[in-house]
Design a protein around this ligand. Structure first.
Ligand code: PLP
Length: 365
């Protein structure tokens, strides 16, 4: 089926996937690797699937330049599952951890961790703000420092990796991973659920340094024990095969695009266009301070609540889908993940301009 009009999907997640990835999944659905069966119909323990996993790990290692002393795991439970897995796996020897709370997700992560350890909030605990680092109260004896480089709800991002001395950094990269190049060796653990940048729900990618694998609390559930999963190729129980297969298609797509450096340039250009338009519009506002603006999730507001609602409705009719802002934050939010082409941003800006001209007088500004 061909749609008679281009649709752009700005959903925060599950988010859009490249059309070529969806088409490839469709074409391979009934016959995976010439086996005559679907990838979702075979055991994860077959040599076919085990080889597939080995190749996928190699692709991820290549794209992100993951050093040899890091394990690459495919786990279930989403990013939120990791909010529990992380303290369970890392606080077995030392119960203390530091959290940077900057938005919705880091706040939930900290609340979850307090069930398992002695958790210290380094920042002021108010979501939607990044406390200047001069004011952080870092511990000297924490097992790890947790932060979220890109807070997808608030559209808030760290301009650089926090300095933590010898304390391992744990990062929730759910909306950020593969959007730009990262120096993996600066982190103790990186995790991301797949449905924003690398596929669909059901699988989370966890990249963890070897020396952090021996400090799990004894109560850590078997399926979430990093050490056990590392030893068992992420197949302690039946692993999320189809979601992992889609992640592999995304890795091929990223390689075709030229890798993360190329994607980063595109992503920065897309978001800059949108911010520049918002800032000069004298109609739309993005509330985030310049230094902390996300190049992935861009929230914006028109002058009134009524106009925001009208905007979302009319944009949807124009094929600009799922622009509603995060829960009670309201307004609009455009999520510009890797898969969003620049033409989507151009179409959005054209609509924003038209909407502004039609509604400026009614907005009393
Ligand atoms: C979406 C998101 C989450 C939640 O992911 P789930 O897979 O639904 O648990 C956590 N952190 C960040 C940064 C996100 O963008």
């Amino acid at each position: 089926m061909k749609l008679d009009r281009k649709i752009y999907n700005f959903s925060p997640g599950p988010a859009m996937l490249p059309e070529s990835v969806l088409r490839r999944a469709q074409s391979e659905l009934l016959n995976w690797k010439g086996l005559g069966v679907s990838v979702m119909e075979i055991s994860d323990l077959t040599r076919f699937f085990q080889e597939f996993l080995k190749d996928l790990r190699a692709k991820i290692r290549k794209i992100l330049s993951v050093p040899e002393n890091y394990q690459i795991l495919f786990l279930t439970g989403g990013a939120t599952g990791q909010f529990s897995s992380i303290p369970l796996n890392l606080l077995g020897k030392n119960p203390r951890a530091d959290y940077l709370v900057t938005g919705w997700f880091s706040k939930i992560a900290m609340q979850e961790a307090t069930k398992y350890g002695k958790i210290h909030c380094v920042t002021n605990e108010r979501p939607g703000q990044i406390t200047p680092k001069e004011e952080w109260k870092l511990s000297t004896d924490a097992a790890y420092l947790f932060y979220c480089p890109n807070e997808s709800a608030q559209g808030l991002a760290f301009p650089d990796i926090p300095e933590s001395g010898s304390i391992p950094i744990v990062a929730d990269m759910t909306s950020y991973i593969f959007s730009s190049s990262i120096d993996v060796s600066r982190f103790g653990l990186i995790f991301a659920s797949a449905q924003k940048q690398i596929g669909q729900t059901g699988v989370s990618l966890v990249i963890v340094r070897d020396d952090l694998l021996d400090q799990a609390c004894p109560i850590t559930p078997l399926v979430w024990n990093y050490n056990t999963q590392a030893k068992e190729n992420s197949c302690v129980n039946t692993m999320p095969t189809y979601a992992t297969y889609i992640m592999d298609l995304m890795m091929d797509w990223i390689l075709e695009q030229g890798g993360v450096e190329v994607l980063e340039k595109k992503n920065r250009r897309k978001s800059k266009k949108l911010y520049d338009f918002i800032d000069q519009s004298n109609f739309y506002v993005n509330p985030v301070q310049d230094t902390y603006r996300s190049f992935i999730n861009v929230p914006f507001f028109s002058p009134t609540k009524e106009l925001n609602e009208k905007f979302i409705e009319e944009a949807d009719r124009e094929g600009l889908k799922f622009l509603k802002g995060f829960l009670d934050l309201g307004g609009m939010r455009a999520s510009l993940y890797n898969a969003m082409p620049e033409s989507g941003v151009d179409a959005l800006i054209a609509f924003m301009e038209d909407f502004m001209h039609r509604n400026r007088s009614s907005s009393k500004i």
